[in-house]
Ligand binder design. Structure first.
Ligand SMILES: [Zn+2]
Length: 106
């Protein structure tokens, strides 16, 4: 069970900061570093969920919330859900392997 309320609170704070223009003219890597630092603290100390925190900010600024790297515009596509291509492939592969293992247990 994770702290959904805390995660959404931080997401709303990021959205307010963004709407007020504080991210304007700041390079993506610095925005990513700020989000990473806050999200890791929230995850480690308050059991928050990175997807719920980064849901709206991640696609807008091209930040992968798995490796916290910056995702280039040509790497982003309509299917972008917050993971860079490499993390998406790794997680998809792990998910498929887990599914196969679970299926074989039955
Ligand atoms: Zn990544």
């Amino acid at each position: 069970m994770s702290n959904h309320s805390g995660s959404y609170l931080i997401q709303e704070v990021f959205t307010i900061i963004e709407e007020l223009g504080f991210f304007k003219n700041i390079e993506k890597q610095r925005i990513s570093n700020l989000c990473k630092k806050i999200a890791l603290m929230a995850m480690c100390n308050y059991d928050c969920n990175p997807g719920e925190i980064m849901d709206k900010i991640s696609p807008k600024y091209g930040i992968c919330y798995h490796c916290w790297g910056v995702v280039s515009d040509n790497e982003k596509n309509d299917d972008f859900h917050g993971f860079c291509r490499k993390c998406n492939e790794t997680c998809t592969k792990e998910r498929e392997e887990r599914k196969l293992r679970d299926h074989n247990k039955k």
